[in-house]
Design a protein around this ligand. Sequence first.
Ligand code: NDP
Ligand code: HSE
Length: 437
Amino acid sequence: MRSVNVTTGRTVGIALIGCGTVGTGVVRILQSEIAAIQAKTGIRLELKAVCVRNPRKKRAVRLPARLLTTDPHAILRDPSIDIVVELIGGIAPARDLILEAFRHGKHVVTANKALLAEAATAIYGEAAKHRRLLGIEASVCGGIPIIRSLREGLTSNNISHFMGIVNGTCNYILSAMSRQNSDFTDALADAQSMGYAEQDPSLDIDGIDSAHKLAVLARLAFRSEVPFDRIPVEGIRSLSAVDMQYASELGYAIKLLAIGKRDGKGLDLRVHPTLLPKDHPLSNVHGVYNAVFMHGDHTGDLLFYGKGAGMLPTASAVMSDIIAIAKAVAAQSWTMEPAPEDLPKLPVLPADRIASRYYLRFQVADRPGVLGNIARTLGQHDISILSVQQKGTHGGRSVPVIILTYTAREADLRAALRQIDRRPDVRQRTVVLRVDG
Ligand code: NDP
Ligand code: HSE
């Protein structure tokens, strides 16, 4: 099929600010695909500049010296540049550079979910004010086109809920721990060496990166401003191999999930490690892969799956935004999404209002009556027990006891555990994990 060029035919100028893992992938794809992109879309792209911190650093792509700069403001002032691609990450100076880019009339593409979650009102607001496009496909789930699906493919749907694995680093670590018995630290080091982790990997393992992505997705799925700092977040740092083992014996895998639900007049948004039945499709998403289940009222259930991090999958998402915006620039026509002030600000449910099933691991004295006391206290707080298993035998000083509950309110569970964990026959703080699927 021949493509027809219905655009003005002018070259669209692109500049990158940042050329690390993702930027290198973008340069690589631009260098190898520029002619193919023109043949497929009629759009002529030209890489005009690449801004980095250290121009002497050895790079995995060849960049002509005339393209390299350390001055991002020179890029923002250059009238031949239409699209600024921010790939440095973090809040400062990325936030100010993007705001400045809009003020200079540039369109912006970014993979910076931290910024999109924590400075959403400023970033989306400035784009709307200057009527400039903001491409964010690479900010969530690497190469999976989930943002475009929400912005375009699913527009006529009301999304009631979604649940997904959105952090490649954590999924890589959990997969390595459960499938190869790897040590947490070694698995994290591997994920870092492959370019999956954030510059500060605690953003990954403490669940913050997943919460950033949850905020970005929830804003689009539920058409609401999302107060990022209200999202309850737990990461995988304190997850122990022993709980992964016990969960597995009970027929569950443990995954770090980002969960978004429209709940009455508010939003139930949260990130936490979750036990999922082993036959649940998300249990079978391994390594750097991400997957998101979503429910639209017209589409029914949807499942998105693909590589969630890494150079080329993420660069592919950046390129999809560059091409979409370049088409709009060449045609000199685009439409804007609602400005932040035109979106409702639905409240986020506080953690204690959440209802879930639970996996509880008690470490208790191995003597008669101990289990009875725990069961009684749970019952007094309206928590029903689904199953109980004692691990280990009589004769030890203390034994682990695993209880799975039916659905209970988080506030009731916390109140029960405050009482239980004070008992002298309970030897450690009880481990609490949620169960879903
Ligand atoms: P890297 O750390 O690999 O690269 C950062 C780049 O930014 C480097 O080229 C660095 O320059 C440059 N840089 C940093 N500060 C400045 C500055 N002040 N001025 C100019 N250049 C600067 O990051 P990634 O490529 O991994 O990530 C980039 C963004 O993409 C982040 O927002 C990240 O969250 C996001 N992302 C990353 C994914 C991944 O798999 N890695 C996946 C999805 C999103 P120099 O090279 O000279 O040091
Ligand atoms: N650090 C992120 C991850 C990069 O591991 O998922 C992709 O957003």
